[in-house]
Design a protein around this ligand. Structure first.
Ligand SMILES: [Fe+2]
Ligand SMILES: [Fe+2]
Length: 151
């Protein structure tokens, strides 16, 4: 794969992570259960790390990383309004689940492509993070974590 193509593909992934951070910030405002909030905050931080790493790689390849704009591009959440309009932990988690499914698919596709080894290693690490995020969110929705009584 030539550098321009690599830069292009990495930029797409980075934009998705930028959107993820914003969606997670919005979701965090709506999640009151402390343990869930803490976990989701860690995932937000994972996405920030993904952005930093990919941004560094793009620069090393001589490219210009996408801007970390303040408006949602709607890549992570096709219905941004979904997250704007919803209330509570359930709605926030459902919105994040939708976004994480897209992110997981994108990283899965990316790890199938002939990137240079070092970049592929990074993308596989990110993909593993994304799988962990989706697993937790899906599980939290399954057990209706917002209905759980404090032990
Ligand atoms: Fe990410
Ligand atoms: Fe994620």
């Amino acid at each position: 794969m030539e550098n321009p193509e690599i830069i292009d593909k990495l930029s797409s992934l980075m934009k998705l992570d930028i959107d993820a951070v914003k969606a997670y910030e919005k979701a965090l405002d709506k999640i009151s259960e402390k343990d869930v909030h803490d976990e989701i905050a860690r995932y937000r931080d994972d996405h920030v790390r993904h952005i930093d790493t990919i941004s560094g790689t793009i620069k090393e390849l001589g490219g210009t990383p996408p801007e970390r704009t303040t408006d949602l591009r709607g890549l992570f959440l096709t219905g941004t309004s979904m997250l704007m309009g919803i209330t509570g932990t359930e709605g926030a988690l459902k919105a994040l689940e939708t976004g994480e499914k897209l992110t997981n698919k994108s990283y899965e596709d990316a790890t199938d492509q002939p990137f240079p080894k070092e970049i592929l290693n990074t993308l596989e690490l990110h993909f593993r993070d994304e799988q962990r995020h989706l697993r937790f969110i899906t599980h939290a929705l399954d057990i209706k974590v917002w209905e759980r009584r404090a032990a």
